[in-house]
Design a protein around this ligand. Structure first.
Ligand code: F0G
Length: 434
């Protein structure tokens, strides 16, 4: 039995050939996922193979995604895979951040070390590989910035034509700049992420463009390797908690699937708990989590947050994400703009740094420790999803005390590090430094 696409909805579970161009189940409209036959090798054999590949100079082995190709065997031929050496991101300890959250220790899996500066690269190398396999010429995505930067890079590297749709005025300049530099046709649309995604799904079908949003199941396969690589780096010691920001909820879906599959394959013996953190102004998944009736998500028509990466009111992957959080025994939490801003400055002060959406993890952890959901001795990993240089305006505004919340309220620079203007004069500088 080869790899297949399967409907994620339990009563349906319809199966389709892996080479069908589908984003939703044609029978019931459910989300799709890649499924695989049971492997012939043992967990121990795979662990040894993956470890040995770290010494290889073959590009496909140097990729922190394709090194683990047995874990995502949707391709038959790897000769056309395009890798920019994605993945390979470090686990960094942040003692100051641990202190801030009330934890004994805290580790960050920093996806901002990826080639285009975010976790999207793990999934994009797979989405683009599938696009090549299907013979697509044009690929498209709607993005709050990071997906577009990543897609632009990988599609251009693969010789495809990338088309990007962005919510005009609502993505950071750094991310827009990347899309332009990597050569994507870039359309700025006067609408929010959710509105544009609904439109582009129709456009993609009509104009025969391959869609590379996280609804694409192959992107999810690639993002599974974030957790697989992390477990390999931890010598397969399962953490108690994995904390991540939630926007369109592709990552939550991918992490949950990764851990379930790792357990099924005998690579690990238990699941860590997932904690998904949303920004208070864009928290439809948090609302769903707290709701009595969890059968449908109530979209937020006008999501608002300065963490523009997660400014999403109608997350497409919520059914998968809800399943994964429940199965893992996890939680969903939300945090304010002030909490995100301060947490971000603390992560910066660790010498680590990240973009605003990523800092929701530390802000959320602080809350979860204070409410005793996460004990202070818990073995905890927070996933930093994007690089510190992705959103420089935010940083400068925070440290100079002029950062404003979307509702116009001011954000206090509780940990501001304001630059000092001095004259080019020995005595004046001496006064400042004393
Ligand atoms: N963090 C960053 C830095 C992101 O760019 C995103 C999503 C998320 C977290 C949320 O991840 O959607 O899997 O829950 N950015 C998308 C984009 C939506 O278009 O770049 P998610």
């Amino acid at each position: 039995m080869p790899a297949e696409l399967a409907c994620f909805e339990e009563p349906c579970r319809a199966r389709f050939p892996i080479t069908d161009v589908l984003y939703n189940c044609p029978r019931c409209g459910g989300l799709l996922e890649a499924v695989y036959p049971a492997p012939h090798e043992s967990a121990a054999e795979w662990k040894a193979l993956w470890r040995a590949r770290r010494a290889s100079n073959a590009p496909i082995d140097q990729s922190g995604v394709w090194r683990y190709r047995e874990f995502l065997p949707f391709l038959e031929d790897y000769s056309r895979v395009v890798t920019l050496r994605e993945g390979n991101t470090p686990i960094l300890e942040g003692p100051r951040a641990a202190d801030y959250a009330g934890l004994d220790r805290l580790f960050f899996k920093h996806q901002g070390f990826n080639p285009t500066g975010s976790f999207k690269d793990n999934g994009m190398t797979c989405g683009v590989a599938q696009a090549l396999r299907l013979g697509a010429q044009r690929v498209a995505c709607v993005s709050t910035g990071n997906t577009s930067a990543s897609m632009a890079a990988y599609a251009s590297a693969a010789g495809l034509d990338p088309i990007i749709f962005l919510p005009h005025g609502n993505i950071s300049f750094g991310k827009l700049a990347q899309a332009l530099e990597y050569g994507a046709r870039t359309l700025q649309v006067e609408a929010n992420f959710d509105q544009i995604l609904a439109l582009v799904r129709q456009l993609a079908e009509r104009l025969n463009i391959y869609l590379l949003n996280s609804i694409n199941p192959f992107r999810i396969e690639g993002q599974k390797t974030i957790m697989l690589e992390m477990m390999d780096q931890r010598d397969w010691r399962v953490p108690d908690w994995v904390v991540l920001p939630g926007g369109n909820l592709g990552n939550t879906s991918a992490f949950g699937k990764a851990f379930r599959e790792m357990r099924e394959l005998g690579l690990i013996d238990r699941l860590p708990r997932l904690a998904v953190i949303q920004a208070a102004g864009a928290a439809p998944f948090y609302n769903l989590w707290r709701a009595h009736d969890q059968s449908s998500l109530h979209a937020i028509a006008h999501p608002e947050t300065l963490a523009t990466a997660i400014k999403i009111g109608d997350p497409v992957s919520w059914p998968k994400a809800l399943h994964e959080v429940k199965v893992s025994g996890g939680v969903v939490e939300m945090v304010t703009e002030q909490e995100i801003a301060d947490a971000k400055a603390i992560i910066g002060k660790c010498g680590i740094g990240c973009e605003p959406a990523s800092a929701a993890t530390l802000a959320g952890l602080k809350k979860l420790v204070s409410t005793k959901v996460v004990p202070s001795h818990a073995d905890t990993i927070a996933v930093l999803t994007g690089n510190v240089l992705k959103d420089q305006d935010y940083i400068y505004h925070y440290h100079t005390g002029v950062l404003q919340a979307p509702d116009g309220g001011s954000i206090t620079g509780n940990f501001a590090n304001t630059p000092v203007l001095v004259q080019c004069d020995f005595n004046a500088i001496e006064v400042v430094l004393r």
